[in-house]
Design a protein around this ligand. Structure first.
Ligand SMILES: NC(=O)c1ccc[n+]([C@@H]2O[C@H](COP(=O)([O-])OP(=O)(O)OC[C@H]3O[C@@H](n4cnc5c(N)ncnc54)[C@H](O)[C@@H]3O)[C@@H](O)[C@H]2O)c1
Length: 258
């Protein structure tokens, strides 16, 4: 039987590439985003994919309920939830306001909690399902000028571990991916503000490149599939070309490339 995957932040970037991969793998795909979804849904259908979707804000509790109802009505419930929608904030801690902090937490951490509750209920009722949260290397270590963003991603890893502990015995696995810097619209906007350059990132990564959205989508698909990762529960998988494994100083790392 066809499995259903709900993917948040699916209008562009990692979410869009993940939606394409799941559609190619034969899932029925439910896209969600604050942006309109007619174009991405149209593209997936034109390529032969089984796609539908609902626009809304993941941080609104009412939307979590609407999305769960929509998924139950259209698809008979979710087998997979990918909590990918997120926003970046690059700002020194002294200049980060309470409103900045709350906005980032609402989208990056409260949203995944609300959607996990709403769609996880369908999985728990069937005693089967997989939730994959898109965290970041910024959830595993500190990066300056990102206090709210990093705290939200650390929190998302904590949520992942806790739901894995709470729901694993009822057939629902919960894992996270922790990408390094990825070439998406988020990176274009962040670099546009002058926060860092391609060279800063490439020099820091043992594999000497940015992550591609496809690298992240492949790891998400692995964690979603019970045949491939059926006993993997509560992990936060770096998809970072070795970033978090490597404590070398930059000149040493660059010298080893030969
Ligand atoms: N780009 C990177 O370097 C990088 C690195 C590590 C982790 N990540 C994480 O990967 C995920 C995807 O990032 P991306 O690079 O594709 O970013 P992106 O900005 O290209 O895409 C994010 C998507 O989320 C949607 N979105 C934003 N707020 C929303 C809300 N309130 N409700 C519903 N949808 C909302 C946006 O409309 C957009 O389509 C994010 O969680 C991000 O934190 C990104």
């Amino acid at each position: 039987m066809k499995r259903t995957a709900v993917i948040t932040g699916a209008a562009q970037g990692v979410g869009w590439v993940t939606a394409m991969r799941f559609a190619r793998l034969g899932y029925r795909v439910v896209l969600t985003d604050v942006q309109p979804l007619e174009a991405p849904i149209g593209k997936l259908r034109a390529a032969g994919g089984d796609a539908t979707g609902l626009s809304g804000d993941v941080s609104a509790e009412s939307f979590a309920g609407e999305l769960a109802e929509f998924t139950a009505r259209e698809c008979g419930g979710a087998d997979v939830l990918v909590n990918n929608a997120g926003v970046s904030l690059i700002r020194p801690a002294e200049e980060t306001s309470a409103a900045d902090w709350q906005r980032v937490m609402a989208i990056n951490l409260l949203g995944p909690f609300l959607l996990s509750k709403a769609l996880g209920a369908q999985m728990l009722a069937r005693r089967s399902g997989s939730i994959v949260n898109v965290a970041s290397v910024a959830g595993l270590a500190g990066v300056s000028h990102r206090s709210a963003y990093n705290a939200s991603k650390h929190g998302l890893i904590g949520l992942t571990r806790t739901l894995a502990a709470e729901w694993g015995g009822r057939g629902v696995r919960v894992n996270a991916v922790c990408p390094g810097w990825i070439k998406t619209e988020m990176d274009v906007a962040d670099q546009g503000s002058g926060a860092y350059s391609d060279r800063d990132i490439v020099d820091r990564v043992p594999m000497a490149r940015f992550a591609r959205p496809e690298d992240v989508a492949a790891a998400i698909a692995y964690l979603a599939d019970p045949e491939q990762s059926g006993f993997v529960n509560g992990v936060s998988l770096p998809v970072d070309g070795g970033w978090t494994a490597d404590a070398s100083w930059d000149s040493l790392r660059v010298r080893t490339r030969g």
